[in-house]
Design a protein around this ligand. Structure first.
Ligand code: ADP
Length: 299
């Protein structure tokens, strides 16, 4: 199974061009769509989920043309939006059973089996009789996954997967997501680099409605080997460093700013080499846009 997005563009009625000729090929497994707020992630995901139409372009899941046969696409889709609207005074089991009916699982015994298996899968069996209003943020997200998984979807879209989760809930949720990717296309749409780093074998970066990178996180990190430099500075000298060097990011370590700089050579002997990571990839690509590779030197 593969999702193919070809030359998709979208301009909203107010003139905002949210997607500019986006093309992506997304294989089975976990795919990270990374970009800052306003980059066009939700617009692209809503288009793929057939919730809105693009101005131009096409979307195919395997041989299903998503824009011409929305019904076929929706039958194979599991969509987990950021806010899972839940009814507070209903138990997880009742609501899941209700959604399974809506998805067309008519037989009562089959529904019971599906609901049991899904509750087990997302580790909510013990909380099945509890009203959803009493669920924690993490439990609600896991319940959302159970809903998204009804009917064995081949395409699963998860918007901002870990927003609002505490660290323990986040780990549990990411582990659960990582089990989904085996025979489906799973797209995580996020602005959190760590979510992509921990889960995804393929990724794209979107900025201003354009895909500025598509590939493997590992390869992109390896490409930066020898080009990332680190230095502890002071708050006073930080602006000067930012003016002089290609500062990718600044982090406070024990109260002092540590900058990471992108440079082919050691920028100054006060810098030490650093191992590149996916955040360096993200910030380098965000800065350079479509042409991140330095020009090849002949000879
Ligand atoms: P992201 O999900 O990456 O934050 P969005 O797809 O939500 O990005 O938004 C992309 C751009 O389109 C932003 O500039 C946003 O303000 C604009 N936008 C999103 N939805 C609408 C809409 N319904 N009408 C007008 N502009 C919109």
């Amino acid at each position: 199974m593969q999702l193919t997005i070809d030359n998709v563009s979208k301009t909203y009625p107010n003139g905002t061009q949210a997607l500019k000729d986006v093309s992506l090929t997304i294989p089975s497994g976990m795919f990270g769509l990374l970009g800052p707020n306003g980059a066009g992630k939700s617009t692209l995901m809503r288009t793929v989920a057939t919730l809105q139409e693009p101005d131009t372009g096409s979307v195919h899941l395997g041989d299903i043309n998503a824009l011409e046969d929305q019904h076929a696409l929706r039958k194979r889709l599991g969509y987990l939006p950021q806010e899972v609207g839940v009814y507070d005074n209903v138990t997880a089991e009742t609501l899941l059973n209700h959604f399974a009916t809506l998805k067309g699982i008519d037989s009562r015994s089959e529904r019971r089996q599906v609901v049991d298996a899904l509750l087990d899968r997302v580790n909510l069996t013990d909380a099945r009789d509890q009203d959803l209003g009493g669920y924690s943020g993490g439990m609600k997200r896991r319940f959302g996954i159970a809903v998204a998984l009804i009917g064995n979807p081949k395409l699963i879209i998860v918007d901002e997967p870990t927003a609002g989760l505490d660290p323990a809930e986040r780990v549990r949720f990411l582990n659960l997501l990582s089990e989904l990717g085996e025979d489906s296309v799973v797209i995580l749409s996020t602005h959190i680099v760590a979510d992509v780093r921990e889960l995804c074998t393929q990724m794209a970066i979107i900025r201003g409605g354009e895909i500025i990178f598509e590939g493997e996180p590992e390869t992109a990190i390896a490409d930066l080997e020898g080009q990332i430099w680190r230095k502890t500075v002071t708050k006073d000298t930080l602006p000067g460093h930012e003016a002089e060097f290609d500062v990718l990011s600044t982090k406070l370590v024990a109260g002092r700013p540590v900058i990471r700089v992108h440079s082919d050579d050691q920028p100054h002997d006060s810098f030490e080499p650093a191992e590149p990571d996916l955040e360096d990839v993200y910030f380098t690509r965000m800065r350079n846009g479509r042409h991140p590779e330095p020009a090849a030197v002949a000879g």
